[in-house]
Design a protein around this ligand. Structure first.
Ligand SMILES: [Zn+2]
Length: 72
């Protein structure tokens, strides 16, 4: 028999998964920095390549949804 109940859920980084991967991409052309789990590397690329034109940061992270009572 299945029982249902109301529960508050949270979503956040999954501590069992690797750190978020980041890269920066130029707003003016198609070039991108190497993908890195270290924030400094895409930032350095962005400063060198796209410092004058602008860039965006793209982050890929594994998230997990859990009942709030499990996270407190
Ligand atoms: Zn560019």
């Amino acid at each position: 028999m299945t029982r249902l109940r109301f529960a508050r859920w949270t979503i956040g980084a999954d501590p069992a998964r690797p750190a978020p991967a980041r890269y920066a991409s130029c707003k003016e052309c198609e070039q991108c920095s190497p993908v890195s789990t270290i924030l400094r590397e895409p930032d350095l690329w962005a400063l060198e390549h796209a410092g004058r034109t602008g860039h965006r940061e793209v982050v890929s992270a594994d998230l997990i949804a859990r009942p709030a009572e499990e996270t407190s």
